[in-house]
Every structure is written in C-alpha cells, then in structure tokens.
Design a protein. Structure first.
Length: 134
C-alpha cells in the first residue's frame, strides 16, 4: 500500500495505481479506502467493468449484498463477455436463496470463461445446487 501511495504522490493522474491500491486495501480489509480508490479510478476511467466488479467484491466483503449485486449487474451490462461478475453474482444468488438465478449465472460464466480451474469451480457450485448437465 505504501508503494502505491508513493506512486500516487509522484503522479496522481495515473489511474491504474488507484485500482492497484484498491486491490491492496481490499486484501487488507480496508474497505472504505478501497472504495475511495475505486471511485477515483472511475473518475478517470468511467464505466470500466473491471473496476465496477472490484467494487462489488468489496461490497461483498463488507456484507452489503444488495450493493454488490448492483455492481456485478452493472459490470455485466457494460461488458457481457467479462466473466468474473457472473460467478460472483451467482454466489450471491446462491447464498441468498435464489438458486434459479445462481444457476443462470454459473452457466453463463462457464460459457464465456476460458480458465479450466475457474470453470471447474462453477461446475462444483452447480452440482451443490443440484444441477447436473444433461
């Protein structure tokens, strides 16, 4: 975090550093700081689905499921081929008792994701929901 803060002091107009520091803040459970840096990043790069997805992850970590769902849905609307928010939204639907919506998101995630391990994780979630590919 300190290195990112120093980099920002040297060049506060370089948005990627804010997003990188937001990731570090999130990993360190400094969620308000993470959200502030994501907001700064988005002021430079509006409508970036990666940043909005990260915003959703931070909201999940804060226990703010409705805000997280909104962020994941926004990221999906901005880039329907960006797979991570489908998986994250599926998890939220699953834990909040909406298995049909979770299944839809996991299936879409599997359809567009290229990483075999990530696909396996989604398949395991589907199996946990009692869904088996016919």
């Amino acid at each position: 975090i300190e290195d990112y803060t120093e980099a920002i002091a040297l060049d506060p107009a370089y948005p990627q550093v804010f997003l990188n520091r937001a990731l570090a803040f999130n990993d360190d459970a400094q969620y308000d700081e993470a959200l502030a840096d994501i907001g700064t990043y988005l002021s430079f790069v509006p409508d970036d689905p990666t940043a909005i997805h990260l915003q959703g992850v931070v909201y999940v970590n804060m226990g703010e499921d409705e805000r997280a769902l909104s962020a994941f849905s926004t990221a999906i609307a901005l880039d329907p081929l960006f797979s991570p928010p489908y998986y994250q939204r599926g998890l939220l639907y699953q834990v909040n008792g909406e298995p049909g919506l979770a299944i839809q998101d996991y299936l879409r995630f599997i359809e567009i994701e290229t990483d075999p391990f990530s696909i396996l994780l989604a398949q395991q979630q589907l199996e946990a929901l009692g869904y088996f590919d016919p």
